[in-house]
Write a protein that binds this ligand. Structure first.
Ligand code: NAD
Length: 248
């Protein structure tokens, strides 16, 4: 029996990067997959094709995760299409880096809204569904930066730390309904988000990592699979750093 057989997983911001890797890994373990991203573009279509190759049901939805009303609507559509939601992964996220002194209000607002408010939006919309099922696993993609801070990323660090506080609170609120909520805090993972950084910055990061390499989206997918499946049936309210030992 595959680890996610019979389960439906909803992953936000999954047209590419870490979200896509999770979708593929979950599909390989038998889950039906709903993915969202800002727009339904070629990347989304390609991801859907790759997921479909595993023989599971998959559908993509264009939806802005930071929009409360749009999130309520897309979750209702997903429940209509799939009948249930067993796993929610809050993965959609952005960076708008800058030192505090130079950070604009727009940089602050956009990162807090896309990273943190979106997590609230989806948890708020999906929780009633999971409560009716009396089971569910909620995984939110924070960052080591949300635990340890990072110069030049105060907006991002605040948004990712906020996701941790939100997760620990709802783990306490809805644990009695059989719903678990956990955080993955990736370190330096090689995706479009980090490939924007100059080569020398990436080399500098690698030196700080005991395993001496950047992580891959698949490194994150393995931990997400653990948290999504019943292998982690007694794990809730936890922050799991997946960073090659970078921040201990
Ligand atoms: P990415 O930029 O490759 O992918 C992010 C996806 O989210 C994109 O497909 C993007 O279109 C989508 N997205 C952005 N805003 C959205 C919105 N408002 N609504 C819906 N979708 C939206 O990034 P990634 O590296 O795959 O990162 C995925 C998550 O992991 C993010 O939350 C990121 O903060 C977190 N993370 C990444 C790293 C890393 O090193 N790459 C480290 C720590 C945490």
């Amino acid at each position: 029996m595959k680890l996610l057989e019979g389960k439906v997983a909803l992953i936000t911001g999954a047209a590419r990067g870490i979200g896509k890797a999770l979708a593929l890994r979950f599909a390989a373990e038998g889950a039906d997959i709903a993915i969202t991203d800002l727009v339904y573009n070629d990347a989304m279509a390609e991801t859907i094709n790759e997921i479909a190759a595993f023989g599971t049901r998959v559908k993509g939805y264009a939806s802005d995760a930071s929009d409360f009303a749009a999130t309520e609507a897309v979750v209702a559509e997903i429940v209509k299409d799939f009948g249930r939601i067993d796993v929610l992964v809050n993965n959609a996220g952005i960076t708008r880096d800058g030192l505090m002194m130079r950070m604009t209000e727009a940089q602050w607002d956009s990162v807090i809204t896309v990273n943190l408010k979106s997590t609230f939006n989806f948890i708020h919309a999906v929780t009633p569904v999971m409560m009716r099922q009396r089971s569910g696993s909620i995984i939110s993609m924070s960052s080591v930066v949300g635990v340890h801070g990072n110069a030049g990323q105060c907006n991002y660090a605040a948004s990712k730390a906020g996701m941790i506080g939100l997760t620990k609170s709802i783990a306490q609120e809805i644990g009695s309904r059989g719903i678990r909520a956990n955080i993955i805090a990736p370190g330096f993972i090689l995706t479009d988000m980090t490939l924007q950084l100059p080569e020398e910055v990436r080399a500098e990061w690698a030196k700080r990592i005991p395993l001496r390499r950047g992580g891959t989206p698949d490194d994150i997918a393995g931990v997400a699979l653990f948290l999504a499946s019943d292998l982690s049936s007694y794990v809730s309210g936890q922050v799991i750093q997946v960073d090659g030992g970078m921040a201990m």
